[in-house]
Write a protein that binds this ligand. Structure first.
Ligand code: ADP
Ligand code: AMP
Length: 214
């Protein structure tokens, strides 16, 4: 059973890799960012409360995201394992996860320099309907501005604007990066070079998990 955490700065490729690993291991990829964006779109009370934080690039309060994860992990599809993408992002969130009785198999930390992050986030495009993710240079859609899977319009995330990206990176270094030491102490941290092509990064991630791929 694999209970995995995709770790790294915003734009490191956590979502991209979570989807690939999810397919191979047949366990769900759970993105708190995606759940929050969906809640904002449908204007649920949680979405309305989170909007200001997320769109300005700040972290949503711990109790809110801990609540989201607690509920999600009780769903049936998580019984054979799961991949967390974007959670935990603070020490209290990691402690809450441990208190839920969750045993983490591996934390894969995708190492990407700040310069590469800015390049990745400035080119990221998101489907306005099914939330598939693209990059104008590295993972373009077949038809510019349209989603390959559903044909809907591609948009730029509000928090991918250059001024917001820099503050998200600062938040990563101050609030989230300390989690590496937290998980290293537990012996579950795996460092992976996140700067190669998507396939190369997946190859390293599977190697770290001891999983073979054809
Ligand atoms: P995260 O989930 O960590 O925020 P994403 O998976 O959304 O990151 O990736 C950020 C952007 O970089 C996306 O536009 C994605 O298509 C692109 N990307 C992901 N992995 C790579 C890679 N190995 N090389 C180049 N671009 C990548
Ligand atoms: P992501 O899609 O992972 O880049 O997350 C987008 C945004 O959602 C973040 O900048 C935060 O505002 C919010 N968010 C997602 N996950 C968390 C988390 N674990 N803790 C706090 N805020 C989060």
């Amino acid at each position: 059973m694999y209970n995995l955490i995709m770790f790294g700065p915003p734009g490191a490729g956590k979502g991209t890799q979570a989807k690939i690993i999810s397919k191979r291991l047949e366990i769900p990829a759970i993105s708190t960012g995606e759940m929050i964006r969906a809640a904002i779109k449908s204007e649920t009370p949680m979405g309305l409360a989170a909007r200001e934080y997320t769109e300005s690039g700040r972290l949503v309060p711990d109790e809110v995201v801990i609540g989201i994860i607690k509920e999600r992990l009780t769903e049936a599809d998580c019984q054979k394992g799961f991949i967390l993408d974007g959670f935990p992002r603070t020490i209290p969130q990691a402690e809450a996860l441990a208190q839920m009785g969750v045993e983490i198999t591996k934390v894969i930390s995708f190492e990407v320099s700040d310069e590469a992050i800015v390049d990745r986030m400035s080119g990221r495009r998101l489907c306005s309907s099914c939330s598939a993710s693209y990059h104008v240079k590295y993972a373009p859609s077949a038809v510019e501005g349209k989603c390959d899977s559903c044909g809907a319009e591609l948009i730029i995330r509000k928090d991918d604007k250059p001024e917001v990206v820099l503050s998200r990176l600062e938040t990563y270094h101050s609030e989230t990066e300390p989690l590496k030491a937290f998980y290293e102490k537990q012996g579950v941290l795996a460092i992976v070079n996140g700067e190669g092509e998507v396939d190369k990064v997946s190859e390293s991630a599977f190697k770290a998990l001891g999983v073979t791929v054809d």
